[in-house]
Each structure stands twice: as C-alpha cells, then as structure tokens.
Design a protein around this ligand. Structure first.
Ligand code: SDX
Length: 388
C-alpha cells in the first residue's frame, strides 16, 4: 500500500468534507443552520423558509419565499403510473422501504439528469423533489391502510398538506388543526439537517458518483431507516410501550441497556457527536408537553419517557459515557399524539431531513468533490494455488 492507511471504523475521527451548511458543537450542544441557531429558527421560522436557507444559503425575502412556494406548487402532481408501482407492494411493507423505492422510481418519470451548473435545472429539480417527496411519503401510509391515495392541494400550505394527504377523506374538505401544523412545522425544522450523519453521508457518497438527485435521496432514505439512526424514533415508542405494558419498570430496562451481553440499547439515547444534551431534544421535550396539553392528550408514555430519562441521567453508566436523550427520544410521543402511526415516524424524519440532503448533495456537486472511494486494511488469505 502506498503510504499508511489509518483505519477509522464508523469514521468516528474522520472529516469527509468541508461544508458551509450546518455547524454543531457536541460538547456545548450547539446546532446552527447557515449560522442561525436552531432555537431561533424553531421559534421564529417555518419549514419551507428553513429549507430555502439550507439549500440556497440565506433566508429568503418574503417575495422570494412566496416564489419558492409557488414554484414547488408547479410540481405537486405525481405521475399516475407511480400508483401502479405502489400497488405492487403488500400493505404490510414498511413505509420506509416503499418510500425509498418510490423515490428512486421518480427518476424514471423525470429522467433529465440534474445539471448542477445549470441554475434553472438545479432549481426546478429541487422544487420537484420537495413537492413530490411529500406526496409519495404520505402514499406509503395510505397504501398500508388500503385507502385511496390523496392529491396535493395547492390552495393550502406544505405542512397542512402533509396532514391533508395523510388523513383527508375522498369527499369533503379537511380541517387542519393549527396546533398540529405548528408542532409538525417545528419538528420538520429540527430534523432538517445535521451535518455528516449516516444518511447525509450516504447521499453525498452516492451523489459523488454523479448518480442523480432522486437516486441519491433514495439511498438516504434507506440509510435513515436503520434503528441506530432515524429508525430510532419508532424504536423508542416500541420500547416505551413495552415498558408501559410490563408495569412501567424503567430500572429493568436501564439494567438491560447496560448489560453487555444484552443487545438491547436504550433507544433515543446517546449520540456520536453530542456528548451533552442534543439541543433538539430539549426543544422537542418542551413541545411534547405543550402539544399534549393543548390537545388534551394525557399519554402515560410521556411520563414513562420522563421517568426513564431522569433515571438514566442519574445513572453512572450513562453519565460516564455522556449518554443523553437525542432527537429521537421525544419526537415519537408528539407524532403519536397527532395520530401518526408508529411505523410512519421515520418517514416524518425523512420529510424533515429532505432539504438537508438536497443542500448537502448540491454543495458536494458544486464543490466538484471527488468520487468517494475509501481504502481498507486487507486481513484475508495470502496468495494460494487453485488445487481441486
Ligand atoms: C440519530 O449522527 C447524527 O447526527 C444522527 C442524528 C441526525 O440528526 O442525523 O442525530 C439522528 O440517528 C440520533 C441517534 C438515534 N439512535 C439511537 O437512539 C439508537 C441508540 N443509540 C446508540 O445506538 C448510539 O448511542 C449511537 C448509535 C447513537 C451512537 O453510537 P456510537 O457513537 O458508535 O457510540 P458507541 O456505540 O461506540 O457507544 C459508546 C459506549 C458503548 O459502551 P462501551 O463499549 O464504551 O462500554 O456507549 C454505549 C456503548 O455500548 N452506548 C449505549 C447507548 N449508546 C451508546 N449503551 C446503552 N444504550 C445506548 N443507547
């Protein structure tokens, strides 16, 4: 091997790229998008405005934002043939697997490859992706329920459309609860980007071969699905429900999480970068209290989550490893209060993360990053003769 190869499993100590998009400080629990604090954006901004900020680098003027929203509306119809594809899946298929397949299938209906150097091409591809991804994401739920697929309503907002696409009946209007829209808008903002996490690194890696935008986003959906990553928000609720069903004994599950011989991990806890509170978890925990109180939902699962968090934060094993609640620990409790089924939680993570994936893919291509191709240390057989 020319030169020395340093192994770094999981890239715990490797930087893959330079980026101007998101800054996070794991020691201080700081997260900023293009220099704006997540606290400010979650409080004062809206999801499509934050999407524009991440992708194009600055907050849009009111006129620019309105133009962006109108340009997204140009692409909210999804080819009817896509329904034939989704019909091929069993209702029991996990929504993330269906979403990854449908996202890649969009390439078949929009084959023009994205020329990042052609500003109009790139802009249209971005608007198309944001528009169509939301529709096909909700189709995965409608399919799992055996319900007819809904169409995007260009007379209401993007986040309102998520609820309408998910739950609107074929006849009559759908009245969206503004409390729910506010909660989802905040959650989508909090999930929008997170520098070089597993799924974003996957999108950059796939895009580095100059594979198309839809194919690259599809690979990000697949990476996000894993329970160690975005799939954790579903795993947290399943864990909390199991604790609730077994009498609410948090200590038993803490002991399991600490037992090296037990594969169980405390889902929603720990983070590769944050060795302090995940700033998103703090905001989401407060939002969970506010949303459930406003909706009049009294969910025992929330109390179990708080009990589990308090016990873990006092526990030497977790303290010594700097294990704190992460973005996935409380988000599912809000989704559940909004009537979202558990196996759709990671799909909501993907909807929130989409602008981050797009922004990072665009930056990687504009920076003309080389194709990703790490080396290895070979530990297999030396040369041996073929003798039969
Ligand atoms: C996300 O990267 C991102 O930014 C991701 C994300 C984003 O926005 O994109 O923030 C979203 O994926 C959040 C993380 C969601 N995943 C989970 O909640 C799953 C549970 N968490 C763990 O699997 C784990 O904490 C990871 C995967 C999140 C991080 O794993 P690391 O950085 O590889 O840490 P590690 O596995 O090396 O753990 C270090 C030690 C080990 O113990 P020792 O070998 O030192 O004795 O901490 C222990 C681990 O066993 N540990 C846990 C634990 N997490 C780590 N023990 C029990 N429960 C846990 N949750």
């Amino acid at each position: 091997l020319s030169g020395v190869i340093t192994l770094d499993p999981g890239y715990k100590n490797s930087g893959a790229c330079k980026s101007e998009i998101t800054f996070l400080d794991g020691e201080l629990g700081i997260l900023r998008y293009r220099g704006y604090s997540i606290e400010d954006l979650a409080e004062k901004s809206h999801f499509l405005e934050v999407s524009y900020l991440l992708i194009f680098g600055n907050l849009p003027s009111a006129e620019t934002l309105e133009q962006f929203e109108n340009d997204i509306r140009r692409f909210t119809l999804v080819s009817e043939e896509m329904k034939i594809i989704i019909d091929g899946f069993p209702r029991t298929a996990h929504p993330m697997g269906v979403l990854s397949a449908l996202t890649s299938a969009l390439t078949a209906f929009h084959p023009k490859s994205v020329d990042v150097n052609n500003e109009k091409d790139m802009y249209d591809a971005i608007c198309k992706t944001i528009a169509k991804f939301l529709v096909i994401a909700t189709w995965t739920y409608r399919k799992s329920m055996g319900y007819p697929l809904n169409y995007y309503d260009n007379t209401i907002g993007y986040v309102e459309n998520f609820m309408s696409l998910m739950f609107k009946l074929p006849t009559g209007p759908y009245a969206v609860n503004p409390v729910i829209v506010d909660a989802l808008d905040k959650l989508f903002i909090l999930h929008a980007d997170h520098e070089q996490n597993c799924s974003t690194s996957t999108v950059r890696m796939v895009g580095s071969s100059h594979a198309g935008l839809f194919a690259s986003i599809s690979s990000g959906v697949s990476a996000l699905w894993g329970p160690l990553h975005g799939g954790a928000n579903q795993a947290v609720l399943e864990m909390l429900e199991e604790i609730h069903a077994s009498g609410g004994d948090a200590d038993k599950y803490l002991a399991k999480a600490k037992d090296k011989d037990d594969p169980f991990r405390l889902m929603g806890f720990g983070h590769r970068v944050y060795k302090n509170f995940d700033p998103r978890a703090k905001i989401i925990k407060k939002a969970a209290d506010d949303v459930l109180a406003t909706l009049g939902v009294n969910d025992p699962i929330l109390e179990i989550a708080k009990k589990l968090e308090a016990a873990a934060l006092e526990d030497e094993y977790f303290k010594s490893r700097n294990l704190y609640p992460n973005v996935d620990f409380y988000s599912g409790i809000i989704y559940r209060a909004l009537g979202i089924p558990t196996d759709m939680f990671t799909v909501l993570f993907a909807i929130g993360r989409l602008p981050g994936w797009i922004a990072q893919w665009k930056e990687m291509r504009e920076n003309k990053e080389p194709i990703g191709r790490p080396r290895q240390v070979y530990t297999g057989y030396p040369l041996r003769d073929y003798v039969k």
